[in-house]
Design a binder for this molecule. Structure first.
Ligand code: 1HN
Length: 345
C-alpha cells in the first residue's frame, strides 16, 4: 500500500523534466524505503540440501578444471535477492567449494572477509598469511580482509567446504577488489595451537600479540568439546552456544559477520528471538527442524539454510538420544557497529 501518491499521479512531462535533471520525487517511493513497523526483507527462508548439491558440485569438478575456475564454487543464492546477485542475505554470501586431490587454488587477497567451514574430506589445507591451516570437518578457518590465501590438497578424496563472505556488503560499498599473488612461503607465524581456551594467552616477555587476527583456525574438536562442557556444567542453560572470537581481545573474530556454534540437547526445542540480523545455519552433526514463520525445514548433516532478520526462528533437535551441533553465521557485528541492531524478543 502506498498512501503518498504514485509516480503516475504526476504529469508525465513534469516527471520527465525532473528526470532530465537527475531529480526524482521522494514521496511516491518513501514507503518502499521506510516501510511501517519493520523492514520488508528480500531475504527469504531458504535451504540447500547437501545431498542434492553434492553431485552437482562433483560434476563441476569434471566440467571445469581448477586452472580455469580459480575457485570452483556453487553459490547458494537466495531467490529473494535474485540468483545473479549471489546473496544469501543483504550482507552474506554463501558458496560450496570443491578442491580435488592434487589441485591448487592460487594465492590472492581481497577486501571482503571470508571464512571456510569444512564440510567433507581430508588432506586439503588453506594457507592464510603464511600459516598453513589443515582443513578437517567442522573446522572454521578465517581469511580476513587483505590477507593472502590459497588452497592446496595433498589427500586422495574430494574436499568440500562452505565459504561465508561479506561480499554483498563490501561490493555494495564499491569497496570490493582482489590482487593476484605468488605461491606463499609457509611459516610458523602464529602457532595454530597457541590459544587453547583456558583463559590465558601467550605473552612473550609480557608483550601481547598485536596481530589483528591472532587466531586463524578454530578446530572443530575444540569447539565441540567446549559446547559439551558447557552443556554438562550448566544443565539449566537453555541456549548452549559459543561465539568465535579473537582470543586476544574477546571481540568478534571478524569485523562484519559473526560466527557461532550451537548445541541442542537431545529433543531440545530452542526459540531464538526475533533480531535484526539475518542468520545462516549449517548442520555439522545431528538432525534439526528449523521453523520460521509458517515454514519448516528439516536439515541433515552438511545442509545449510538462511533466515531473514526480524523474525523468530525455532530449532528442534530431531533426535531424542543425541545432541545436534550447528554452525551459525550472522550479521550481528555489522548491525551493532552501525547502531541498527535490535532484539525484539
Ligand atoms: C574467494 O576468494 C574464495 O579464496 C572463495 O576460496 C569464494 C567468492 C567471492 C569472492 C572471492 C576463496 C569467493 C572468493
Amino acid at each position: 500500500m502506498n498512501d503518498l501518491g504514485r509516480l503516475e499521479d504526476l504529469p508525465a512531462d513534469y516527471v520527465e523534466a525532473l528526470r532530465r535533471l537527475n531529480l526524482v520525487p521522494l514521496w511516491p517511493s518513501l514507503r518502499a524505503v521506510l516501510p511501517p513497523g519493520k523492514p520488508r526483507p528480500n531475504t527469504r527462508p531458504a535451504c540447500w540440501a547437501y545431498e542434492t548439491l553434492r553431485p552437482l558440485l562433483l560434476k563441476a569438478g569434471e566440467l571445469t578444471p581448477i586452472e580455469k575456475a580459480e575457485r570452483r564454487v556453487l553459490v547458494l543464492a537466495n531467490p529473494g535477492h535474485g540468483l545473479e546477485r549471489m546473496q544469501a542475505s543483504a550482507a552474506m554470501y554463501l558458496g560450496m567449494q570443491l578442491l580435488l586431490p592434487g589441485e591448487w587454488a592460487p594465492a590472492h587477497r581481497h577486501t571482503p572477509n571470508a571464512v571456510r567451514m569444512v564440510v567433507e574430506g581430508e588432506g586439503a589445507w588453506t594457507t592464510v598469511d603464511g600459516q598453513k591451516c589443515p582443513m578437517r570437518r567442522g573446522d572454521l578457518i578465517l581469511t580476513p580482509t587483505g590477507l593472502w590465501h590459497e588452497h592446496g590438497h595433498d589427500g586422495n578424496e574430494p574436499v568440500v567446504w562452505l565459504d561465508v563472505l561479506d561480499l554483498p556488503l563490501v561490493h555494495y560499498l564499491e569497496a570490493s577488489y582482489h590482487v593476484q599473488g605468488e605461491r606463499q612461503a609457509q611459516h610458523g607465524g602464529r602457532s595454530g595451537r597457541a590459544y587453547v581456551g583456558s583463559g590465558v594467552v601467550p605473552a612473550p616477555v609480557f608483550q601481547r600479540s598485536e596481530q589483528a587476527y591472532p587466531m586463524l583456525r578454530y578446530p572443530w574438536a575444540d569447539v565441540r568439546a567446549a559446547l559439551e562442557a558447557l552443556a554438562a556444567n550448566q544443565p539449566q542453560l537453555e541456549s548452549v552456544q559459543v561465539s568465535y572470537v579473537n582470543p586476544e581481545t574477546g571481540a568478534d573474530a571478524q569485523n562484519i559477520l559473526g560466527f557461532h556454534a550451537l548445541m541442542l540437547r537431545p529433543s531440545q526445542t530452542l526459540r531464538l528471538p526475533a533480531r535484526s540480523p539475518a542468520m545462516v545455519f549449517h548442520l555439522v552433526e545431528g538432525d534439526v527442524e528449523i521453523r520460521v514463520e509458517d515454514q519448516q525445514f528439516r536439515l541433515r548433516a552438511a545442509d545449510t539454510c538462511c533466515m531473514p532478520g526480524y523474525t523468530p526462528v525455532t530449532l528442534v533437535n530431531g533426535s531424542s538420544s543425541a545432541p545436534t551441533f550447528l554452525f551459525v553465521a550472522d550479521e550481528t557485528p555489522l548491525h551493532k557497529k552501525l547502531g541498527v541492531f535490535e532484539n525484539r524478543g
